[in-house]
Design a binder for this molecule. Structure first.
Ligand SMILES: *Cc1c(COP(=O)(O)O)cnc(C)c1O
Ligand SMILES: [Zn+2]
Length: 435
């Protein structure tokens, strides 16, 4: 699968992005497959012609677009008129009244990417963008370093697009994440190490094999896909910004890109500007960003992850400092929670709203609860919690915490006895709660 490193750049007139720009020193580069600045090693970010966007894009033109992330195509770094559209995006924004009442909030919304297409996590957004750009840049083999969901997305969308695919995962991932990758027929490398070791290996492979790694040499394009989680919330709130958002942090990219999405729609006049508070969620067992926030540091001390929240277990987060900066300047917070609180968060969301999320979503709900209890979210704030993945993929996390079915004979009296027993058990549980 070795191939020459592609050099072609697309020159379609449909493109509204202009360059890659270093976030640290401002150096600009042609929009090719690269992700770090040659002068200062800072991360590169895509720039756009915002005055052109302000002139040409309206609420109505967006609403007339496809029912997917591609309704925001002019804000995404692709030139193609026919991007890879597998129905990604436009997931429900649910008014979560029962959970809100439970937590003591008045206006709570759940952005539900547990049902994002095609692989039931927000990663389908970033991969749809990255693989569209990979195809434009001439790559025929695509790859990624993944904590699980990214492998699912890359394998599935590569299959749809007819691209060769080789993904790298830590070997101790949940069964659902591994099976949910293998089914699409990619080459899967299960690396005996943690995500940060997988990532380091992939940087070397990217340099030698000339593959398009969605979160390495294509990272500037990949990360832009997360902006759609900002755009959609604005549109679904009736073209308004919320007051407060809570989102999980792994590398910190998603968090910073929701922020960029809000900024962009304000800048081009699609939404009236106001300050939005940004709060981030991590697991205690991997909380380098939360630690930096709490200690008032502007650098990250890498950690060795140990948590059930594997999808967000990145010990050396690439965008950690930018996430800390955003939480600070928006008067938000970054909190972490224990594995038990994560399990309770998964159950709470399921029991109040009928949404089964994975460990990352459990982390978000647990942090939401913690922030409300600490008075760090005002009950009157319109708050959006981002649920980024599906619970059926991390069944191991809740096994043993959710009870068992009542096994009965196919006879009415067997059913009646079991029902009586379950009611007695319920009463006992309630009595325990009351004492
Ligand atoms: C990858 C992932 C995240 C966070 O990703 P970032 O690296 O911070 O952009 C959050 N939730 C889930 C379920 C994920 O798979
Ligand atoms: Zn630079």
């Amino acid at each position: 699968m070795t191939q020459a490193i592609p050099t072609s750049t697309s020159t379609s007139t449909a493109a509204t992005f202009t360059a890659l720009k270093c976030k640290e020193c401002g150096a600009e580069y042609e929009p090719k497959a690269m992700h770090v600045c040659e002068f200062c090693f800072g991360p590169l970010e895509v720039t756009y012609d915002y005055s052109a966007l302000a002139r040409t894009v309206t609420r109505r033109s967006i609403e007339a677009g496809p029912k997917s992330i591609w309704r925001y195509r002019s804000f995404l770094p692709v030139a193609s008129e026919t991007p890879i559209d597998v129905g990604t995006g436009m997931t429900p924004l649910l008014k979560a009244n029962r959970l809100a009442r439970r937590l003591g909030l008045k206006q709570l919304f759940i952005k539900n990417d547990a049902v994002n297409m095609p692989t039931l996590s927000f990663k389908d957004r970033v991969v749809s963008v990255a693989l569209t750009r990979a195809r434009e840049l001439g790559f025929t083999t695509v790859s990624c370093a993944s904590t699980g969901n990214l492998a699912n997305s890359t394998a599935a969308i590569a299959a749809h697009a007819g691209l060769d695919c080789c993904v790298f995962i830590p070997s101790d991932l949940e069964a659902g994440k591994i099976l949910g990758t293998l089914i699409y027929g990619p080459t899967v490398m299960a690396v005996q190490g943690n995500y940060d070791q997988v990532n380091r290996l992939c940087s070397e492979v990217a340099n030698t094999h000339g593959w398009g790694f969605v979160n390495i040499n294509l990272r500037p394009y990949y990360s832009e896909g997360s902006k759609t989680l900002g755009y959609e919330v604005i549109e679904q709130l009736g073209w308004q910004l919320p007051d407060h958002i809570v989102a999980p942090l792994a590398s910190g990219s998603l968090f910073t890109k929701i922020y960029k999405g809000f900024q962009e729609f304000t800048q081009v006049g699609l939404v009236e500007g106001k300050s939005v508070r940004f709060s981030g969620a991590q697991a205690d067992g991997c909380s380098p960003i939360a630690q930096a926030f709490k200690e008032g540091r502007d650098f990250i001390n890498p950690v060795k992850p140990s948590t059930i929240a594997k999808s967000i277990a990145i010990g050396n987060p690439a965008d950690g400092v930018y996430a800390v900066d955003i939480a600070r300047k928006t008067n938000g917070n970054i909190e972490s929670v224990t594995d038990q609180e994560i399990i309770d968060g998964i159950k709470l969301l399921a029991e109040t709203e009928g949404i089964f999320t994975e460990t990352a979503g459990g982390t978000t709900i647990a942090v939401l609860k913690k922030l409300v209890e600490a008075g760090k979210i005002d009950p009157d704030e319109t708050t959006v919690a981002y649920i980024t993945g599906n619970g059926l993929k991390t069944q191991e996390a809740v096994q043993g915490y959710i009870g068992e079915p009542l096994t009965i004979e196919p006879k009415l009296d067997s059913f009646e006895r079991a029902l009586e027993r379950s009611r007695t058990l319920d009463r006992l549980e309630w009595q325990q709660v009351l004492v």
